[in-house]
Design a binder for this molecule. Structure first.
Ligand code: UD1
Ligand code: CA
Length: 470
């Protein structure tokens, strides 16, 4: 390959009126990622992400903030204060490009379905043919709203005609312009100042550059692509369609990479999730954020896992919610468990149904199998937390830590009033309210002593019957 240097321009200054939103259109998310980031990531994956310029206008500050948070200085933003058309937008971008750039890929910020391989092909096509411009085309029926591709008898692209400016015959054409082009930089620099606003919209149309290339006798190359990867988003219905499409692409990739997905249409996987081999995802799972799922992990139906690390061999049973938490090797969580931020379930540990952990470390092999709240707790290895155990971590003012050392047995329905420490191998009798430290190897009884009155049941029963008038 030669030493081509390709810059990419992302058009993102438009208003997106039909979204009916206070959020700039390109910041609406698709599977948790802003549309404009899908576009930039596709460009990066296509190998043309070294020099990316986003043209911003409406909501410029918000869009710029999101881009710089994600990409730092790798994406430059330029302001198109007034939106005078796509040709004007590219003109604004060109002014910011370094002179050594020899080709320019132009894409739109509201097209989250873009496929990187087809972008790379377009850039390669332009270089191979030394074309003034190479463009994607596709067939869309009905072609409403799109610029139409006009070809001559020899099937060569002659022009793109915007719908507003098209004749009836041109309007009937179903080959349309998806808005993805790669230009020879020198040609583009020379052509943009030649554009005029003499058209139905009174704008500078980038698409008119194609007609200029033809008039110059320069090469115009085109490449047919699947319409499904070109659709833009103009309203919330198209946003939902894009999300379904992109979401399914991620799920399909996961399956190809060795993840079993039951009822894939119902499963959502975020773009940044990393899976080991032989992961098994049940129906209606949602796994998103910076989540890592280890080898052989099984996730039951209806689980939601966000920004978490699930180690090899762990099982997350049905309907569990795991957020910013960690689950160790071969651990078992759920069904109906809730792991809140900074929950850390150790290797081989068990968290059962209706158990909630927050900022709590549950040591290796420890168990909290039923109905418990464990917050701000540091729990050692081999601990058994009985059903109904509650850490009282909050006194209305501050949060306090419960420390449970290795080997402790906490009887059912115990109330551990923090700050409190249960020493190694100690016992807490069922139903205790523990307010003081329990020394290692001790048994804590924190409950009223039971008394039995012999034969008293008949008296109670008679009293009750009298009160009921029977
Ligand atoms: C454009 C094309 C049309 C194509 C369609 C594909 C032109 C003249 N027409 O039409 O042939 O079929 O896209 O979706 O290019 N933008 C700016 N600054 C501006 C104007 C637009 O940044 O001054 C951005 C918009 O935010 C958007 C993109 O450019 O991301 C396309 O603009 P839009 O107004 O949607 O163009 P269309 O009329 O759809
Ligand atoms: Ca559009």
């Amino acid at each position: 390959m030669s030493t081509h240097r390709t810059a990419t321009v992302v058009l993102a200054a438009g208003k997106g009126t039909r979204m009916k939103s206070r959020t700039p259109k390109v910041l609406h998310t698709v599977v948790g990622k802003p549309m404009v980031a899908w576009v930039v990531d596709a460009v990066v994956a296509a190998g043309v992400g070294d020099d990316v310029t986003a043209v911003v206008g409406h909501g410029a500050e918000a869009v710029g903030t999101v881009l710089s948070a994600r990409y730092g200085t790798r994406v430059r933003t330029v302001l198109q204060a007034e939106q005078r058309g796509t040709g004007h937008a590219v003109q604004v971008a060109l002014a910011a490009l370094p002179p050594e750039v020899d080709s320019v890929l132009v894409v739109c910020g509201d097209t989250p379905r873009l496929e990187s391989s087809a972008l790379a092909q377009l850039v390669a096509l332009r270089a191979e043919q030394r074309a003034a411009v190479a463009l994607w085309t596709t067939h869309i029926v009905p072609p409403r709203g799109y610029g139409r591709i006009v070809r001559d008898g020899g099937d060569r692209v002659r022009a793109i005609v915007e719908e507003k400016d098209a004749t009836d015959a041109q309007r009937a054409l179903t080959e349309v312009n998806p808005g993805v082009y790669c230009f020879d930089a020198a040609f583009l620099r020379a052509a943009l100042p030649r554009l005029s606003t003499d058209n139905a919209a009174g704008e500078l149309y980038l698409t008119d550059v194609i007609g200029l290339a033809v008039a110059d006798g320069a090469t115009v190359a085109s490449m047919a692509v699947d319409g499904a990867i070109t659709h833009g988003v103009n309203d919330r219905l198209q946003l939902a369609e894009a999300e379904a499409f992109v979401g399914r692409r991620i799920v399909d990739e996961a399956m190809r990479a060795g993840v079993t997905v039951h009822d894939p249409g119902s499963v959502v996987i975020g773009p940044d999730v990393v899976f080991g081999t032989d992961v098994d995802l049940g129906p209606r799972c949602i796994v998103t954020g910076r989540t890592r799922v280890g080898e052989g992990v099984a996730v039951g139906p209806g689980c939601v896992i966000v920004d978490s690390i699930i180690d090899d061999g762990a099982v997350i049973h049905a309907y569990s919610l795991v957020q910013q938490a960690q689950v160790g090797r071969n651990a078992s969580v759920g069904p109906f468990a809730r792991l809140r931020p900074d929950a850390d379930v150790g290797d081989d540990a068990h968290v059962g149904n209706f158990v909630e952990l927050k900022k709590t470390k549950l040591g290796r092999g420890s168990k909290a199998n039923h109905l418990a709240y464990l917050g701000d707790a540091v729990i050692g290895a081999g601990v058994n937390v009985g059903a109904g155990t509650i850490t009282c971590n909050y006194d209305g003012v501050g949060k306090h830590v419960t420390t449970i050392d290795d080997g402790v047995f906490v009887g059912s329905n115990s109330t551990l009033v923090a700050p409190v420490v249960l020493g190694r191998d100690s016992y807490v009798a069922a139903g205790s309210v523990v307010t003081e430290a329990v020394p290692g190897d001790a048994v804590a009884f924190g409950r009223a002593r039971q008394t039995n009155k012999d034969g008293r049941a008949a008296v109670v029963r008679a009293n009750n019957a009298r009160r009921a008038g029977r």
